[in-house]
Design a protein. Sequence first.
Length: 265
Amino acid sequence: MSSWTSLDLQRRSDGVAVLTMNRPAVFNAFDETLIAELDAAFALLGGDTSVRAIVLAGAGKHFSAGADLQWMQRASSASQDDNLADARRFSAMLARIAGCPKPTIAHVQGAALGGGVGLVCACDMAVASEAASFSVSEARMGILPAVIGPHLVNAVGLREARRLALTAVRFGADEAQRIGLVQRVVPVDGLDTAVDAMVTDLLACGPQAQAEIKQLYAQLAPGPLSPEIRELTAQTIARVRTTPEAREGFAAFLAKRKPNWTPPE
């Protein structure tokens, strides 16, 4: 962790890990280094049994301006093979966040542009300040939001994703909430409190159950309920009901006490 140059990690006593992108001079735009560090950090925290939830934030005024312009300039003069390797690393990082077994929250205090929107989408949920703004801005530079595309579609649906990508329009926090990109919008000075309230809800739930939810829901999509999906859901709940965590949850409920995974007050 001491080798990270673009990312700060705070481990809280309640099991929450706060990852802060620390490139405020460039509005936390990401380059090869930040992409690699985000991938490594989510791999580390995802496998750490002491971590209950992860908050992704950006230092300074903005969450993330997306791709660093110098990185993009280097990419424009590189070979197609080099660009493919670069894109695969970015794709793997977003997949690492989306597939993290721990609940993840994006803490958005300013602008989230291009790939910065992709980071928001890859997290399970997001809280934004009233001053936050968003744009899927790639088409303005003659490129497209390809790698973030699946995450954007998962977050807001195909039609909204297509509109945002085709127009590259800048929009505010209220519209982001309306389309499902963020779940809560709060005053700037209430952002930390709102994120903590969401964390409190997360910590009241079983950590293994949450990991199971993320694994199962990653396999679900809107559409017909196929026999395969019905069987998958039945097999999953039958297995999870017999786990020690489930037994503890049932026992705590019947005894009207808090389960053992709840942090002490």
